[in-house]
Write a protein that binds this ligand. Structure first.
Ligand SMILES: [Zn+2]
Length: 312
């Protein structure tokens, strides 16, 4: 079955350790070409995320995009997805589609020229913050729980104008509601779970999930163990609780997956790297009709990106 994953941090690991082997590595990376081919990943979103010590420095964003080309897109089985046409081509061929995203706008320093340059380089979604505050908005771990700055509101308007998708994973709750008020496009949560099931700060409340659903967004259920369940270790079937909950809120056509592979240091039992994704598919098939599983694992993200990516 074709799989669409909305968030991984391979680029961040390659930035810190250029010796890692994306194609065939067995150590150090969760997401590799071999593993994606083995489990059936058809589209993978690669996030540019800068470690905190570099988070202010735009040149590291450019270095990450350079690595994306040199180390990932250089593999003949990979295809860069920038447009609706690219996505359609990937769905008709055996190559794996690679989307490019930014996680945290810190290094843009309020300068929308940088944002437009990134869009022209193929970045198609932007997480406004990581966990802390930046010039645009507060992240979810910023204790004051502030929302958007005036410059941040300018960022929302420019993203809307460009057609750059905004990602609310890591954004403060106040920021979330301000964004929903301001934006005229649907937003995504690329790697977030339901707070009612696992009460971690970074998970989304029922009201947030409801709002995302009503406005046509998609949320990627993530495999970060404490965001799935408070048990230790976390069995794979606990993911189903989040799916059932989002479905109960009316979100059957708004669920996808955003593993956060390579951004995590602990894993769900049996779901330790991208090559294990087919195990999740088999588990889902035991609990849901096949057509629903296809939507969760691929179709809902595919439909969203088919609508939101630029024509060309
Ligand atoms: Zn993240």
């Amino acid at each position: 079955m074709r799989i669409f994953d909305a968030h991984c941090d391979v680029l961040s690991k390659l930035l810190e350790n250029p010796d890692l082997d994306f194609a065939h590595g067995r150590e150090g990376l969760d997401v590799t070409l071999d593993r994606m081919l083995a489990s059936g990943i058809a589209v993978q979103n690669f996030a540019v995320y800068l470690p905190e010590r570099w988070s202010d420095d735009f040149k590291h964003i450019l270095a990450s995009i350079d690595l994306f080309h040199e180390r990932i897109l250089n593999e003949p089985q990979m295809r860069f997805i920038r447009t609706k046409t690219d996505l359609r081509l990937v769905s008709n061929e055996k190559r794996i589609g690679a989307l490019l995203s930014l996680e945290g706008v810190d290094a843009l320093h309020g300068n929308l020229t940088y944002l437009r340059i990134l869009y022209r380089l193929g970045v198609r979604s932007v997480g406004i913050t990581w966990n802390r505050a930046n010039w645009a908005a507060d992240g979810v771990l910023e204790p004051r729980n502030g929302g958007f700055s005036e410059a941040g509101r300018g960022l929302i308007r420019e993203c809307n104008r460009l057609g750059l998708i905004m990602d609310v994973s890591h954004l403060s709750e106040k920021g979330f509601w301000e964004l929903m008020e301001e934006t005229d496009k649907p937003v995504i949560a690329s790697h977030s779970n339901a707070k009612t099931i696992s009460p971690r700060l970074r998970n989304l409340s029922d009201a947030q999930i409801g709002s995302l659903i009503r406005t046509g967004g998609v949320m990627g259920i993530t495999f970060v163990p404490p965001f799935v369940s408070e048990e230790e270790p976390v069995p794979m079937d606990r993911i189903l609780h989040h799916i059932d909950h989002v479905c109960a809120l009316g979100g059957k056509r708004h669920i996808g997956f955003g593993s956060d592979f390579d951004g995590i240091r602990e894993w769900i039992v049996g779901l330790e790297h991208a090559g294990h994704y087919d195990r999740l598919v088999n588990l889902l098939l035991k609990h849901y009709p096949e057509e629903d599983v296809e939507q969760f694992i691929y179709g809902n993200w595919f439909r969203f990106y088919s609508e939101q990516l630029p024509d060309e």
